[in-house]
Design a protein around this ligand. Structure first.
Ligand SMILES: [Fe+2]
Length: 314
């Protein structure tokens, strides 16, 4: 039996059959550590067929993979762009601080204008998905984060697949999922700087199942400032469940400190960053390139993953 987007609905709360089939497939052989996500590549801009297939297989299962450029050969922004294209990542998000080519250089920026944006400091960055504040039609579905240089110490990333969150939540209480799919579950106030509105107020769901593809999309931030949760008991309980999960030592959270020449390619998984310390004098200052896309990694929706899988499709 071949499932298509029209006939397979694992994220439909009113039916359990497809969910259970997909869940069994998803949890079977799920990556345990960051080691399981690593895929060596020679040149990220020009992957071999085997390298591309290996990266895609890991992304299909875990919504993320970490490529490792052999010999730590340097890669520039154009290489990151070219890497994305090989996975259908075309439409770049233009965020506030992106450089002219819409790929952001993440490093400590001492200027006052950037000081309120934690990504440009060495402070820890709490759990979030990228662009959770974006309007509904400009959701960040994937990003690539390439490490040019690690910090002298610290800067580890913690990663958690939204589909795993979905499973843990649905298994605990499907009402949590229902609550977080409400279009007004989260409200992000407008971003106003020096009296000028940089971003309008946004409200939206945490979980979305995209009609065209059946893909599950998640937006979230653990911030307590600049976000208002719907005053609804189910939303409050669901968010409390999620906070406890993210603060726990659950083995579903994967930890990895990106080394020079390594990069994360993912369907905008939940992530946080630990604090770090640079030693600029010794040439050890953390620097990453980050590209955000409106596209999802091609061929990574639940429907495709179950095709031909005996455990799932019988
Ligand atoms: Fe981020």
């Amino acid at each position: 039996m071949i499932h298509t987007a029209d006939s397979f609905h694992p994220f439909d709360l009113s039916s359990d059959t497809d969910y259970q089939a997909w869940r069994a497939w998803k949890l079977d052989g799920y990556p345990v550590t960051a080691q399981d996500l690593l895929v060596p590549v020679a040149d990220p801009a020009h992957l071999s067929g085997a390298e591309q297939a290996a990266l895609l297989a890991v992304c299909r299962k875990a919504n993320m993979a970490i490529y490792v450029v052999r010999d730590g050969a340097p890669a520039d922004k154009e290489a990151i762009r070219a890497l994305g294209r090989q996975f259908g990542l075309e439409r770049l998000d233009r965020n506030l601080r992106a450089d002219e080519d819409s790929i952001t250089t993440l490093r400590v920026v001492p200027e006052a204008a950037s000081a309120r944006y934690i990504p440009y400091t060495s402070r820890p960055l709490n759990w979030h998905t990228d662009g959770y504040y974006n309007p509904t039609d400009e959701q960040v579905r994937a990003f690539v984060m390439h490490c040019v240089a690690p910090a002298a110490s610290g800067g580890e990333n913690l990663l958690l697949d939204p589909e795993i969150v979905y499973i843990l939540m649905r298994d605990r209480n499907p009402d949590y999922i229902h609550a977080l799919m409400q279009p007004d579950a989260m409200l992000i106030p407008a971003n106003v700087e020096d009296g000028r509105q940089l971003r309008a107020v946004q409200s939206g769901p945490v979980f979305t199942v995209e009609k065209a593809s059946n893909a599950l999309h998640m937006r979230y931030t653990a911030r307590t400032r600049s976000i208002e949760w719907k005053a609804d008991r189910a939303v409050r309980d669901a968010i409390e469940f999620l906070r406890e999960l993210l603060d726990s030592d659950t083995p579903w959270i994967i930890r990895h400190r990106l080394q020079a020449g390594q990069g994360l390619i993912c369907n905008n998984v939940l992530h946080r960053r630990e604090a770090f310390v640079d030693d600029a004098a010794a040439g050890r200052a953390r620097m990453l390139y980050r590209a955000r896309f409106y596209d999802r990694i091609r061929d990574t929706v639940a429907d495709d993953r179950c095709e031909g899988d005996r455990q799932c499709c019988g």
